[in-house]
Structures are given as structure tokens and as C-alpha cells.
Write a protein that binds this ligand. Structure first.
Ligand SMILES: [Zn+2]
Length: 551
């Protein structure tokens, strides 16, 4: 106990004291040798470089991808990591890039009570992930299918008795629990609440198109985030069928556009939405026909994940995976005169953390027993594609992959007393996190609610889906110095930079908490790298059976 208290005092004293502490945070190993620049300088340098205008916002398949990959691979090499892909640092990831053009830039609706058009971009943002060149749907029926959820374990099926083949399905974002604590997992968004799921399910049901009704609160982001995510060519992983299993047209409509749809149908919007939130809801045919035509400019291209490894000593085939996506949105719609989506916080910052971690692991006096893999994935912003590809084509056996520690949005974080655990009770990795946090003098606060569905919104989810336990955590909001944080936040004028061109690096960033979180992850990974144990999923986890079937 005494040493922990002493540790806390040291940590509070200076930034370099944090660094000196790192090595013995958990394992009692010696502090890493000091080599060249400090962790903070290295961290800032990599963020600044990757988020500079020269890298053009790191859009996969853009002309900037090559230099970005080269830069990250170069950093991995400089830190002493070995290439993990047959002598190369690059794992090629085939992606389908599609530019969808909607004829007349609108979706037209026709009903008994009248006609209406939904203008592309301002009222509807739609795209296709299919490889075919042309699509035309004539007089496709519109149907309101509630949340578009088929969840047997929650006794909920919005598709009950409904045939949506060739139809346009209109659905709500999130899940019923958002509106009624007793349903699903209450405010904790389940995977059924995610837009990705809505499209997947409608695909299984054979729909021609899906339009999700946007609503800022339950979606957790506003309309501009929907637009910015689709401002350029849309990317997807390419399946063996050319993505024929996917709904031809996917997208969102604004809340106002949805009201327009219902008004044209002559059906009460408010009553329909209210009905959809109750158990036993029956889908509502809208009596509207839509004819729409679009072309796909579809090209298959190769992006890449960057992968470096520090081979373990005695358990080389077992590994710990640190991950951070390198991609962002590239150049898009200008906001306040700026069209480069630099993605400094999201996610140059976590790539920088990978580099810091690589150096720390490399500098250890004793190399860990298990291998440490550093994975910087592509295509996260377009739907976790690089990590999904890795999970389908792992470079190290999944059943021997001990844990995934994923980092996303990792910069400009002042130090906090707390560490927020995103999915408490999911697996035994909770214990490793709690102990590593305690060694830093921090406490773990389990996230009470996860309304934004964050669990499904970053790359660790690709690992969870294939049974690999994850650590989903980061510093919270119990700041060491709340007054300093208030002053600091004035830099932002109360505006969010999330997925905006304003997500840029500034020297005024406070990275003390970012580094402390990085060291926290270092502690967890180091311990597991020498532990010989495989943390298990809890009984209630949907991923437990998947893990157990991996022999
Ligand atoms: Zn991100």
C-alpha cells in the first residue's frame, strides 16, 4: 500500500516521474531505459505528423494512403518491431470503393394523398455497397418496420409476418430500451440499436433499400456526422459474392424528411413512432411507392493494415494485440473554410500511443514471454473494416490471441482519478484493468449506461465478435484539476471536433491523461504477456461460446 501511495505522489510531482514509474507499474520490472526524446515528445510528434495537411486526412485508397502506411511502418521499424506479414509490415486489405449516384439526386415518393421528393444530402444520405453497376427499383412499396429488429432473446421481431422483399424499409435508430428501461438493456444500446445491424438485418430479409430515421439523441451524433461519413466514395470489405448479400441501397433520412414521408402517406407520424416503441408492434405499410435509380461506380482496391510484432520468448505463438485505426475521412465538405478532416484526436493520437508502447516494450530489460502485436488498422471509420479483415484473416491464431487492447480517440486528455470501464462484467479482463489502475492510484468506474453504443463503434468489437476478450476503457471525467480543465476547454468554444475538419492537433493539447492511459494499457498488456493465463468471457457474454469453440 505504501509503495502505491508513494507512486501516486511521484506521479503527481512531474511528468517525467510518470515515465519513470511506468516500468514497474504492475510487474515490479525496472523502468525502461531513457532513449532519446521523452514519451510526451514522441507522442506529440507522431500525432502532429499524421494529422498534418500533408497526409490529407488519411482516407484509405486516397493518394495519401501510401505515405501514411510508410510513415507508420517506418515508426514501427524505428522502435524495433519486426514486420509481421512475411517480411512486410503491411497486411493487404481488399476494399470495395463505391460512388453511388442517385438519378435526379432525389428519392421520389408517390401515394394516394400526393407526392413528395427527398433531396439527397439535405434530407437523405444514401449509398450502395454492392459491386453491380446499375440498380433500378420501380414502384417499390415503403413500409415502416419500427426499429427493424429481429431479436429472439428479447422476444422482439419487427419483421414478424412481414415480407420486405423488393421493398423500402423505414426504421428507427437505437433499440426500444432507449425509450423504456424495461425493454432490451435499457439505455445501454445493444448491437440491435446500431445502424450497421439495421442494414444487416434488412439484407437478411431481402429489402431493396433501408432508410434509417435520424434523431440526434438516440443516434448520439447529429446529421452532419451522417453526411461527413458519406461525403466521399463509400468503402466496404468485399465478400466473395461481391456483397450481393447486402441491401442494394442503404442510408438515412432526417427526422423532418421522415415526417414528410408519413405526411405524404397520410399516416400519423407521432402515433406510428409511439406504437413502434411498444412490445408487439406490427409493421405499418405506408401505401407509398418509390421509384429510384442509381449507378455505382465500383472499384476494388487494396488498402492495408500495418502490423509489427515483438516476438515472445517462451510463448511466441500466444499474443497480446494492441490496436489503433490509422484512417480518417480525408478531404470532404468544407466547414468554416476547412475541407481536410485531419483526425488528430481520431485517431492519429492512438497510433502515436502504439508507437510509444512499442518503444516501451522494446526497451524492457526482459522481453515478455508472449508476443506483442501492434496493429494499426484501416477502414475503421467506414465500418471497422481493417479489424474485421484481420479477424477473418488473423496473422496469429485467434485461440492463442490472449486479449485485444484497442485505443481510439486518445489525445488531449487531462489526467483523471477515474478510469471508465465501457462494458463492465463482460470478461475477466476487468480485473487486470482494475489492478493496473490501482497501481496508478486510480479507481475504475463502470460505465452505468452506454447509450451511444460505443462498444460496437470501434475495432475491439471485431475481436469480440470472434471470441477474443477485449479491454474497452479509458480515463473518465474525474479530473485531477477540474479548474485547469475548464480553462483548457475554452480552446474549443464549447464545440465538438468529432468527425469535423476542426479535429486538429494543437500544442495546447494536454496529453498527460492520454499518456497515463497508455501506460495503463502497457501495464495490462505486460502483465498478460507474462501471465500464462487466458482471461475468460463471463457466462452472460454472447462471445463466450465463440471463444470456447476455438480449440
Ligand atoms: Zn476513431
Amino acid at each position: 500500500m505504501r509503495s502505491i501511495i508513494l507512486g501516486v505522489l511521484l506521479l503527481a510531482a512531474t511528468g517525467t516521474a510518470i515515465e519513470a514509474q511506468v516500468g514497474n507499474i504492475l510487474m515490479g520490472t525496472t523502468a525502461p531505459k531513457k532513449q532519446g526524446i521523452s514519451d510526451e515528445t514522441l507522442f506529440r510528434e507522431v500525432i502532429k505528423e499524421l494529422s498534418s495537411d500533408e497526409f490529407g486526412g488519411r482516407k484509405p485508397l486516397s493518394q495519401h494512403e501510401g505515405p501514411v502506411l510508410e510513415y507508420i511502418a517506418g515508426k514501427f521499424q524505428e522502435m524495433g518491431l519486426e514486420p509481421a506479414v512475411g517480411g512486410s509490415y503491411l497486411q493487404k486489405v481488399p476494399l470495395l470503393s463505391v460512388k453511388t449516384k442517385l438519378k435526379n439526386n432525389q428519392i421520389s415518393l408517390k401515394g394516394l394523398k400526393g407526392k413528395a421528393n427527398l433531396a439527397y444530402w439535405d434530407e437523405a444520405v444514401v449509398w450502395s455497397l454492392r459491386a453491380e453497376k446499375n440498380f433500378k427499383f420501380t414502384n417499390a412499396d415503403l413500409v415502416f418496420a419500427g426499429f427493424g429488429i429481429n431479436a429472439p432473446e428479447f422476444g422482439w421481431n419487427d419483421y414478424e409476418g412481414l415480407d420486405v422483399k423488393g421493398k423500402v424499409v423505414v426504421v428507427l435508430i437505437n433499440d426500444p430500451g432507449y425509450y423504456d428501461e424495461k425493454l432490451f438493456k435499457g439505455k445501454n444500446m445493444t448491437y440491435y440499436g446500431r445502424w450497421v445491424y439495421k442494414f444487416e438485418e434488412a439484407g437478411r430479409q431481402g429489402a431493396a433499400a433501408v432508410l434509417i430515421i435520424h434523431d440526434t439523441a438516440p443516434a448520439s451524433y447529429d446529421w452532419s456526422v451522417v453526411q461527413n461519413g458519406r461525403a466521399n466514395d463509400v468503402l466496404s470489405l468485399l465478400s466473395d459474392t461481391g456483397n450481393k448479400e447486402l441491401v442494394p441501397l442503404q442510408g438515412w433520412v432526417t427526422g423532418d424528411a421522415a415526417k414528410k414521408i408519413f405526411k405524404t402517406a397520410g399516416i400519423s407520424y407521432d402515433e406510428s413512432i409511439a406504437a413502434a416503441k411498444k412490445k408487439g408492434f406490427k409493421s405499418i405499410p405506408l401505401g407509398l411507392k418509390s421509384t429510384f435509380e442509381f449507378t455505382n461506380d465500383a472499384v476494388v482496391e487494396e488498402s492495408a493494415n500495418v502490423v509489427g510484432v515483438l516476438p515472445g520468448t517462451t510463448r511466441k505463438d500466444e499474443c497480446i494485440i494492441y490496436s489503433a485505426h490509422w484512417d480518417h475521412f480525408g478531404v470532404g465538405k468544407a466547414i468554416d473554410g476547412d475541407s481536410i478532416y485531419n483526425g488528430a484526436d481520431d485517431n492519429a493520437s492512438a497510433v502515436a500511443a502504439l508507437v510509444v508502447l512499442a518503444r516501451r516494450f522494446k526497451e524492457l530489460d526482459e522481453r515478455p514471454e508472449r508476443s506483442i502485436v501492434f496493429l494499426s488498422v484501416t477502414g475503421e471509420e467506414s465500418g471497422l473494416m481493417g479489424s474485421e479483415y484481420y479477424a477473418r484473416h488473423p496473422l496469429f491464431p485467434l485461440n492463442k490471441t490472449v486479449v485485444n487492447l484497442n485505443m481510439d480517440v486518445w489525445g488531449d486528455k487531462p489526467r483523471t482519478h477515474d478510469v471508465v470501464l465501457g462494458s463492465p462484467g463482460d470478461s475477466e479482463t476487468d480485473r487486470y484493468l482494475t489492478e493496473a489502475a490501482a497501481a496508478q492510484g486510480r479507481y475504475v468506474s463502470p460505465a452505468v449506461s452506454n447509450t451511444s453504443g460505443g462498444y460496437y463503434r470501434s475495432d475491439h468489437f471485431s475481436f469480440a465478435k470472434v471470441g477474443v476478450p477485449v479491454v474497452f476503457a479509458a480515463g473518465g471525467s474525474d479530473y485531477l484539476d477540474p479548474e485547469a480543465v475548464k480553462a483548457h476547454n475554452l480552446h474549443y468554444n464549447g464545440k465538438s471536433t468529432y468527425h469535423q475538419p476542426s479535429d486538429e492537433y494543437h500544442d495546447w493539447w494536454d496529453v498527460s491523461g492520454s499518456l497515463e492511459d497508455t501506460y495503463l494499457f502497457f501495464g495490462i498488456g505486460l502483465r498478460l504477456a507474462n501471465d500464462g493465463y487466458f482471461p475468460k468471457w463471463s457466462d452472460s457474454s454472447p462471445y463466450k461460446l465463440i471463444r470456447e469453440s476455438q480449440k
